[in-house]
Design a protein around this ligand. Sequence first.
Ligand code: BES
Ligand code: MN
Ligand code: ZN
Length: 499
Amino acid sequence: MEIDAVATPPAGVEADLLAFSVRDPVELPPAAQELDRLVDGGLQHLIEDGELKGERGAVTVLHSLGRLPAHRIAAAGVGEAKHYDSDSLRTAAATVATRASDVGGRTVAWILEENGSLPAAEEARAVVEGIALGPYDSGRWKTRDDHPRRPVERLILCGAQVEAVAGEARRANAVAVWTNRCRDVVNAPPNECTPARLADWAAEIADRFDTLELESLGPDEIRAAGMGALAAVSQGSDNPPRLIVLRYRPREPAREGFVLGLVGKAITFDAGGLSLKPADRMEEMKADMGGGAAVLAAAGALAELEVPVEVLAVVPACENMPGGHAYRPGDIVTALNGKTIEVTNTDAEGRLILADALWHARGSGATHLLDLATLTGAMVVAMGDYYAGLFGNDPDWIEAVRAAGEASGDHVWPWPLHDTYRRYIRSSFADMKNSSEHRQGSPILAARFLEEFIGDGAWAHLDIAGTAYLERGRDDYYVCGGATGFGVRLIVELARRLT
Ligand code: BES
Ligand code: MN
Ligand code: ZN
């Protein structure tokens, strides 16, 4: 999407739709009052007749019939003032973009508020993200689609201070493009998106920027390196595993010695292994690589934006399958840090592959770790599809991740960790076990397990099981179900705040 910023009055702007936001109850903003004058009070009429609504997600379209260079005026509801936030605006922008697609429009102009309650840069960002993420279409594998949603080709931001936010708007667009690329990879079927193909995608990303460097280990190297946990999970599949390591070295790092270690779970299909999952919704387990895809896409975005923070992305990628070669409940495996793990449930595989990846990231120089993983079903039950669960060992690092999430639209909520939970993973035979027969606190158990493998230094863990992949649309700017690209925006925001 091309982004322009114009300071000229909106009445002179040419577009398929000229949009602005309205609150509930509706009151026309000053710029819209001027438009209303030019269309003979048509907007005011619609308000009086109760047709132009300020409800969140409502869009009212009025044809300008040649009175304006823009073909249509679109009033986009953002809801009541007391609930207004940047997500309201993302939702309104997404609805306008979807409507543009419905009427075959490719150019949208958006009038930013004057002295609105959001800072102008944040407002511009939200509009860009809503318009870029809203019309995303998950039906890429249809040979014939009667109603494909088409992206907006050009966004013209209008308003008095618009030139000051143009750069921020273009950056937001770049991040949104990477977010949609992440969604494509997560939505891809598991017969297409194998560990090897995920590594190919990482190689394509690395090829685009000379600040990125890729290293990818195959099954023999993984075993030889001592990654017994990753090797065990992957041994049941005919699709060989990969340990994907993508390094980003900015030309001029802002903080010498700081290395952001990003670790992303990439189970390209989680059948559960011999602890087989039930058939119901098993197809959604193609998205069990959402953390890994987000980490790789975010590395691409950081390189494109030239964010001056050194990054080490580590993505363990494999399938979790049953079969004659599969690892068994009862197996004891040795992780990269030398610790032994009794496998009590082969479906608790994410924590196993992350164990080796976290230790590898720390050993390769990461000073601050952040892992993203679709780790537990209980997180979906507990938090639903809006907040991801946040865990960690360092209050400042936890707060940095939380704040970046809140500012980016990838919302995360802090969960507790305490050493008392260590007993949940106590094993009679090995240093620890990977799951418990008790169903208590399973997201916390999983996080506590990971903590055994983080080495020395700050670490935060995001359980994105509920937010990476939506069973159904969220009635906001995630219009369709499926992959959200959760984490890409958060990581970029976090890295930018570190400079
Ligand atoms: N990938 C799943 C978690 C998951 C479930 C993600 C639903 C998204 C939606 C993970 O590997 C898993 O199977 N976790 C088990 C662990 C249990 C066996 C200890 C779970 O949470 O049920
Ligand atoms: Mn599993
Ligand atoms: Zn899994």
